[in-house]
Design a protein around this ligand. Structure first.
Ligand code: HEM
Length: 129
């Protein structure tokens, strides 16, 4: 249950941050919206996203799943947080923005793979007829 909730939150946090990120990228929001400290919200949701990713990948590992997923999700999650924190200082520059996109897509992919692996390991196999 806890792992299922984490994997649902993972998708929710991803969507929220994708929308916020596109607002930053396109400069779509008027100044009043930026005054709402959307970047701080984005960073908070982003860090919660990384925590949810680690929970789901560790859970599938503890059920005897893939160690590669545990290590990969840990590294990519940490990388995403570090790149995001660097970006807080630099703003959106081409290299760091591209890395940011590659890391959040990679993180989401590893999250989905971990959730699928967890489900497979915890669902009883169908009885053969
Ligand atoms: C679900 C994970 C995340 C998604 C989907 C996401 C998405 C985005 C997108 C699309 C952008 C604009 C384009 C770009 O810079 O590449 C952006 C910008 C940014 N993101 Fe993220 N991000 C995520 C996680 C994080 C994390 C974990 C942090 C920091 C700890 C962070 C900090 C930032 C910052 C500081 C900016 C630049 C804002 C600006 O200067 O206007 N992001 N994000």
């Amino acid at each position: 249950m806890f792992v299922r909730i984490s994997s649902m939150l993972l998708r929710l946090f991803f969507l929220i941050n994708l929308v916020l990120g596109i607002i930053f990228w396109t400069n779509a929001a008027p100044k009043q919206v930026h005054d709402l400290q959307l970047i701080n919200l984005h960073m908070l949701v982003g860090i919660l996203f990384v925590v949810a990713l680690w929970i789901v990948s560790a859970a599938q590992g503890l059920k005897g799943g893939s160690l590669g997923l545990v290590v990969g999700a840990f590294a990519v999650g940490l990388g995403l947080a570090i790149i995001g924190l660097i970006q807080k200082g630099t703003g959106i520059t081409p290299v760091i923005a591209t890395l940011h996109i590659l890391f959040f897509l990679g993180a989401m992919g590893l999250g989905e793979a971990s959730a699928a692996r967890y489900k497979k390991l915890t669902t009883a196999p169908a009885v053969a007829k």
